[in-house]
Design a protein around this ligand. Structure first.
Ligand code: MV4
Length: 502
């Protein structure tokens, strides 16, 4: 069993991983950048090491420094979380070389699934349905023209190194092809340092349905059913849920078996996700593999009862999967809302600053995976995700209601968040009806303004003022002898630190 883990991440996911380690009695080493000194993940870990300045390239992406810290602190394994180094094959390789366990897939599998053209070729050979498109990156323009005709317009330009929507472009007709290709190549070059692009048939209004998979180091693979992640804004997921309203048990079983096959032919191990596009006719196409623990993993945990981070650690420790496919079941319904530090009233501009007040939603079936606390700073440098609100209920209708109540029960003051926006999304009639496609946000929320809740805002401003005042040092006013400080949040944090740290 792994005896110590370095968590190479920050925010809510670092907190989530540290909690799993605590549950498994595995000591943790946090790493942090200069602006994250006071972060929640730093407070929670057994040890914490400063790895450099705020820009991620000098800290959370600094491979050598992170491996060096792991070796110095005697951490046998590194959990990369999501983002940063999570899907970096070079980092996985360097960990392997340094004899540090990378909690994720082996570097070869990581490399394969990170290359879209290569993984399409692999899936085609394995008879997994891929979106009709090009089989290789052409050397000259005429090949794009011929292939676009063969595939049939509209076609989509995609970057070979891509993912997450960068470098993608829809081409409606032959006369747009050349200029779109040039623009797509430029975008791919600047985003990935690789200008290779290829063409696919454009699928209109698809649903995004992904399958969670666990694979141990001995070839055993199970899937933990699907997550529906169609509610996105500019390729940023906002709401995720399971089960998907678009699947019946036959289709679910078929897609699940396909997901396992994808992982098998990729030589994949540890936790991963297979993404599919589901078209209007319920045909599903392999899209890509996400070789990491995903942001939306909790909805799978709440409906299957499997702790995915525990399983990742067990697999990385060389354990066999403790269950067979037949033992796994989906129970009830779970929905996740991502809470971003963004201003939905101002084109979702990232918001930063001090969190003046946090009231977390609580209650049966409510989970709050959170990277912030009252008084913490939210820096501008990183992904603006603050927390995730996840609910579980027996069915979708009850889960929606629970989510709305939990969002109403949720207060973050000091910075702008997406909470009010999410209330309107979950309350929308089309969402309630389960009609969630990738066009949902564009269709119904493109010009969202929200309600001007002046009165409520005034109340909140008063609350904030009261809280800031309360947060000042309190003094005893007995009237006898010198006045004695009895409460300072800063001091109590410091004392808690000294008591709780080795
Ligand atoms: C597509 C597509 C339509 N046709 N490919 C977006 C992210 C990237 N991983 C793949 N994406 C898409 N690929 C073809 N051939 C539509 C999308 C897409 C999308 C996919 C999943 C979730 C949300 C999306 C929003 C817009 C477009």
């Amino acid at each position: 069993m792994i005896k110590k883990i370095l968590v190479a991440n920050r925010g809510e996911i670092a907190v989530r991983i540290i909690k799993a380690c605590q549950e498994m009695a595995i000591p943790t080493v946090a790493v942090y950048s200069e602006v994250d000194r006071g972060s929640l993940h730093v407070q929670m870990a057994d040890e914490a090491v400063n790895i450099g300045p705020a820009p991620a390239i000098e800290s959370y992406l600094n491979m050598d420094r992170i491996i060096q810290v792991a070796l110095q602190k005697g951490a046998e394994a590194i959990h990369p979380g999501y983002g940063f180094l999570a899907e970096n094959a070079e980092f996985a390789r360097r960990c392997e070389k340094a004899n540090v366990v990378f909690i994720g897939p082996n570097s070869k599998a990581l490399e394969l699934v990170g290359d879209k053209v290569r993984s399409r070729q692999t899936m085609k050979k394995a008879e997994v349905l891929i979106i009709p498109g090009m089989k290789r990156i052409p050397t000259d323009y005429s090949e794009y023209e011929i292939e676009a005709q063969r595939i049939g317009y509209p076609v989509m330009i995609k970057a070979s190194a891509g993912g997450g929507g960068k470098g993608m472009r829809i081409v409606q007709s032959p006369k747009e092809l050349k200029s779109s290709l040039e623009a797509g190549k430029r975008e791919a070059k600047s985003a990935f340092g690789d200008e290779s692009v290829y063409l696919e048939k454009y699928i209109e209004e698809p649903r995004h349905v992904e399958f969670q998979v666990l694979a141990d180091n001995y070839g055993n693979i199970v899937h933990l059913f699907e997550r529906e992640c169609s509610i996105q804004r500019r390729h940023q997921k906002i709401v995720e849920e399971t089960p998907s309203q678009a699947l019946d048990s036959t289709l679910r079983a078929k897609m699940g078996e396909t997901a396992k096959k994808v992982m098998k032919v990729s030589g994949y191990n540890n936790a991963g996700t297979v993404e599919f596009l589901l078209d209007r006719n319920k045909e599903f196409y392999f899209l890509e593999v996400n070789a990491r623990l995903q942001v939306e993993h909790p909805v799978t945990e709440l409906t299957t009862g499997v702790d995915l981070v525990h399983q990742q650690i067990l697999i990385a420790s060389g354990e066999k999967l403790p269950f067979e496919q037949g033992k796994l079941q989906q129970n009830g319904h779970s929905i996740e809302c991502r809470i971003y530090a963004e201003d939905p009233h101002n084109n979702f501009l990232p918001s930063s600053g001090k969190v003046l007040f946090l009231k977390e939603p609580k209650g049966p079936g409510v989970r709050h995976d959170c990277g912030i606390y009252s008084g913490c700073d939210v820096p501008i440098y990183y992904d603006p995700i603050l927390a995730k609100l996840i609910v579980w209920a027996e069915n979708r209708e009850l889960a929606c209601q629970k989510m709305i109540n939990a969002l109403n029960d949720y207060v973050i003051l000091g910075i702008q968040t997406t909470i009010d926006f999410l209330k309107d999304v979950i309350s929308h009639s089309q969402f309630k009806a389960g009609k969630t496609t990738t066009s949902f946000i564009k269709m119904f929320f493109d010009k969202w303004k929200g309600k001007e809740k002046t009165e409520e805002k005034q109340k909140l401003a008063m609350l904030a003022a009261a809280f800031v005042n309360y947060n000042k040092t309190y003094t005893k006013k007995s009237g006898v002898g010198p006045q004695e400080e009895i409460f300072s949040p800063w001091q109590s944090l410091g004392r808690w630190h000294l008591g709780g740290k080795k």
